[in-house]
Design a protein around this ligand. Structure first.
Ligand code: ATP
Ligand code: MG
Length: 363
């Protein structure tokens, strides 16, 4: 069986460090590993509209931002198809058929959807499209027969839902769809990077992000005002690592090589943590180190983005070509799905012939 990746992001803003460590960095590594037969990376504009229906311009404006972030992080159109969800009508058609295989109560139990409904104050009136987006996500994944979906931890319930729909479809209509596996970062900090405010998840909707395209100054300001241990007042005070966002970010980003380069008095993060806990290490010094680490990771991405921004038509051309390739793949799966569901009337000469014979014989 082919190894196929499908994953994507909503064009509701620029991409941030959470996307980077949760999924994007991994995608680039997998892409360059050469182990995958096909890679599809989707800008999920149709899904973004499920909770931004009244703001289509926000979605429209952010397509290019996400595409630039992708390319500047190393996604390569020669190896990965970068495409726009709404340009693949087959995805909508698949969603419509999958809706028959899912109950309302099953969707209501989805913990990610539950918390997103709360976050968006949708409790009183949830748009049907938003409520059913896990079904549309199943269409996105299965349309490409994806085996592997690199995502952050918040997407696990979506993957579980997709697997259930696949099993149900295959058991009712015969083996047609492929069950996907989620690929979550092994480092638990990376699977759900907190916001700069210490809130559980860095998220565009919460405004607590460091964006990949932030200027050097902005990154520094955000790092310097990050949440630490509120009881660590004097440098000599023992510091607490629990919920201390600066250390959480170091867990996600700092390597021993960063210590050698920027803070050689400590061999590694363990030693830095131990000193902080003992007392005698100030927040500012730790923040300066984190800033240096992040700047070294972000500088090449930022530089590449500046170059790419010079030729926006070329980026749209990449998306157009990616969408053509994605549409072809999705059309093939949709034809198989319709055949399995026995709604491929015009392709079935035997059906037409058999019915003719039935009428001829007058039975
Ligand atoms: P929105 O608030 O519009 O939902 P978002 O910031 O949650 O935006 P998405 O586009 O929904 O971003 O998520 C895209 C991908 O990035 C998903 O695979 C998701 O799991 C991952 N991701 C998003 N935020 C984080 C985070 N803080 N840590 C790790 N992974 C994340
Ligand atoms: Mg999200």
């Amino acid at each position: 069986m082919d190894k196929i990746i499908l994953t994507g992001d909503r064009p509701t803003g620029k991409l941030h460090l959470g996307h980077y460590v949760g999924s994007l960095k991994r995608r680039v590594e997998l892409q360059n590993s050469g182990e995958y037969d096909k890679i599809f990376i989707m800008i999920a504009d149709a899904q973004a509209l499920t909770d931004n229906a009244d703001n289509p311009d926000k979605v429209r404006e952010n397509i290019i931002e996400v595409a630039l972030d992708y390319l500047s992080c190393g996604l390569d159109p020669a190896k990965s198809h970068l495409f726009i969800q709404s340009q693949i009508p087959e995805l909508t058609e698949l969603s419509f058929y999958y809706m028959n295989l899912v109950t309302v109560s099953r969707l209501q139990r989805n913990p990610t959807v539950k918390s997103e409904i709360q976050m968006r104050n949708f409790e009183a009136s949830i748009p049907v499209g938003f409520f059913t987006y896990p079904i549309s996500q199943t269409a996105d994944i299965t349309a490409f027969k994806a085996t592997t979906v690199p995502v952050g931890e918040d997407q696990l319930p979506m993957l579980e839902q997709a697997r259930e729909i696949v099993r149900k479809f295959n058991s009712v209509y015969g083996d047609t769809l492929v069950e996907p596996e989620a690929l979550i970062p092994k480092n638990t900090v990376c699977s759900r990077l907190p916001g700069t405010d210490g809130k559980a998840k860095m998220s565009k909707s919460l405004g607590n992000c460091i964006y990949l395209s932030d200027s050097e100054d902005d990154v520094r300001k955000k790092v310097m005002s990050m949440y630490t241990d509120p009881n660590h007042i004097k440098i000599s005070d023992p510091g607490n690592l629990e919920g201390n966002t600066v250390f959480t970010y170091l867990d996600a980003f700092a390597t021993d090589a960063h210590f050698a380069q920027f803070l050689p008095e400590y061999p590694n993060l363990e030693e830095l943590k131990a000193h902080y806990q003992r007392g005698g290490l100030g927040d500012i010094k730790v923040k300066r180190f984190l800033d240096a680490v992040l700047q070294s990771e972000l500088a090449p991405i930022r530089a590449r983005r500046k170059e790419l921004e010079q030729d926006i038509p070329a980026i749209y051309e990449i998306l157009r070509q990616g969408s053509i390739a994605a549409q072809k793949a999705a059309a093939k799966t949709l034809a198989e799905v319709k055949a399995s569901m026995r709604i491929n009337y015009f392709d079935d000469a035997e059906l037409i012939q058999a019915q003719q014979e039935k009428f001829n014989s007058g039975v």
